[in-house]
Every structure is written in structure tokens, then in C-alpha cells.
Ligand binder design. Sequence first.
Ligand code: LMR
Length: 398
Amino acid sequence: MFEGLEQIAADAILGLMAAFRADPDKHKVDLGVGVYRNDHGDTPVLGAVRRAEEALIAEQTTKTYVGPAGNPLFNAEMEKLVFGPAHAALKAGRVKTVQTPGGCGALRLGADLIRLSAPGSVVHVSDPTWANHVPLLSGAGLKLERYPYFDPATGGVQFGAMLGALEKLPPRAVVLLHASCHNPTGADLSQEQWREVLALVRRRQLLPFIDMAYQGLGDGLEPDCFPIRLFCAELPEVVCAVSCSKNFGLYRERVGALHVLTQDAKSADAVGSQLVKLGRGMWSMPPDHGAEIVRRILADHTLRHLWEEEVGAMRRRIQHLRHDFVAQLKNHCPQHDFGFIERQKGMFSFLGVTTPQVHTLRSAHHIYMTDDSRINIAGLRNQNLEYVATAVAQVLKG
Ligand code: LMR
């Protein structure tokens, strides 16, 4: 049966992890996969996570099933974290939340819900978007199209072109938006621009599908939720996929949630029942361990405070790295303007070098990034900023 299958290349992002691990060079720098690293190059377990996990292990009395929607207390905490505890949509019972295996599970479940409700739907994604959006959404049977987004000339968003393209979409078209820390560009919309997108989405009757994988790593835990809170206050229906991988450092535990806003509480209950059925057909029930850690952190005043401090420290470190890296690049490549890196948000930026130059950075300097020159800023370290900037200067000279 399987003899016709061809060997295919490793995933563009995950393949780099393996290549980096296999590289014995002591100067190697991993700017590939989107994982937060400290200045020692480590991704430690957060203090709040460690403490919540210790308590969980000490107190847990059973490993029996939780249920297909996951941990209901986790779902309730996630709603408060993402929407704010007083959000009108929560009070009206219009939000249905299901725990998912990571943000990927949430994206896939949201896509399946859309296909179930409106088969043949097209999802319009930003150009560019996170590479894994493509298999996740198209694997659910949705078609994908792209709207203009990133402007390489400025390192910002081509906002006029983006609005122009969205303006032409038919009613009920699905628009995938990155709430904050756009992956892969780091180019985010301002609050004013989000308001303009909201007005357009409402006028054109589009369905926003918002992906938030980096809450807290852009402008802060609250401001990073701005588009979700705004859209869910003003629109009848919104789909939101949320990940706890980065902001809780729970990558391998696969913790995420899908929040679906519906017109009324009755539709929310119907959607909830469908989500549970769809999830049952894919993973039956989401894994509990990481979600219970998140629940304990969010529900406990001391742990939550510690976690908020830790997220703040990650965010500030990324912001400092952006600043210091731009300063190093300015020193070593004065003829190029890399100032956009400092204006961008979250983990990623495009360095803006060509694919052959990316390959030279990898082969000659042991610096790893995806072929489109996306770099994980959090993979930089104070000790190697100059090394990376010098290498970039060398490849730019040719
Ligand atoms: C990334 O974009 O590098 C991360 O979201 C990790 C992944 O799964 O691709």
C-alpha cells in the first residue's frame, strides 16, 4: 500500500531544529524555530510552571479522563485571560471554549468548524503567513488565498493594499488575522488600524479567524489581546485560536484553546456540541497535564503574579535584543537600514537577505534561519550579537 509514497523534505521550520542539533560547531546560532531562549541559549521551565507542576503532582489523585472539551476550569480561566473577565460576550454566554492540543489543534478545530458550517469556504491569509497555517487549514478542506500584508520596503504592513483586497471579498469569506507578534514578519497593526479592519469586516460581513500564539510577547498580556476583545465586542461571530506554548513555555505539553463567539447563547451551545464531536474524531480528548498547570497558575494569585513577571521579562529581553541587534547591524553594515527590526514585535523578523545568503549564513557561519530569512530574535544572545551582525555584513558584501 505504501510503496508509492515518496520521501519528502522535512518541515521547513522543524527540519532546521534537527540540522542545528547535528551541527558540532561551537559558535552555532539557532534563529530557526520559534522558541524563547534566555541569554544562555536555554529554554528553561518557567518558575510559575515548575511550582504549579509540583503542586499538581503532589495533589493529583487520578489520571482518569477529563472530557472531550478538556478541563472546564482551564477553559474558564483562558476566557478571562483572553477576553478580560468583564467582557460582555462572556457575560452573554456567547463564547464557547474548547481546550485543544496546542494552538495548532485550535487552528485545525476552528477550520473544521468552518468547513462543517460552510463547505467550500475560502480562508484569506496574510502574505506571508506562518508556514504551518497552510497544511492546518487546507487539511481541513478549506481553500486558501492570500491578501497583501508585509511591505519589505518599510518592514511594516501594506495597510492600504490589505484593506483594498479585503474590501473585495464576498460576504462570509474567512479572514485569518494574527492578533499580535505576526509570524513570520513581526509587523503588527496599530490599534487604529485594527479599528479600520473591524469596520471593513463588519461592512463586508466577513468572518475573522484570529490566531494568537504569542500573547504577552508583543506589547503586553492585555494589549496583545486588543483585536480579539474589540472584534468580540462588536461582531456577531469570531473564531479565535490561542496557544500557551510560548507565553507559558509549555511547548511540548501541547496546550491551547479555541474560543468561538456566536450570535447568541443558543448558537454557542450548538457550536460547543459540534466542537466536541469534531475533536472526538481527531484526538478524542486533549492532554490534561499542561492545561492543568495553566489553570493553576491563572487561578492562584501568587503563581499568576510570578508568571506575569516572567512573561514581562521575556518580552523585555526580546525588545532589548531587537534594540541591541539593530545597533550592531548599524555598526557592521552601515549601508543597510535594519531599523525596522526595532519597530517590529514579538519573536520574529525577516532579516531581508536572499535564500542563497541564508544558506551561506548556515554553511559558513553556522547561523540557522528559515530560507525566507525569518529570524527568531529570542534565539540571539548578548554574547553573539556581534558575531551574527558581522556574519550578516559578510554575506551582504558577497
Ligand atoms: C514557529 O513558527 O517557529 C513556531 O510556531 C513553531 C512551529 O511549530 O512552527
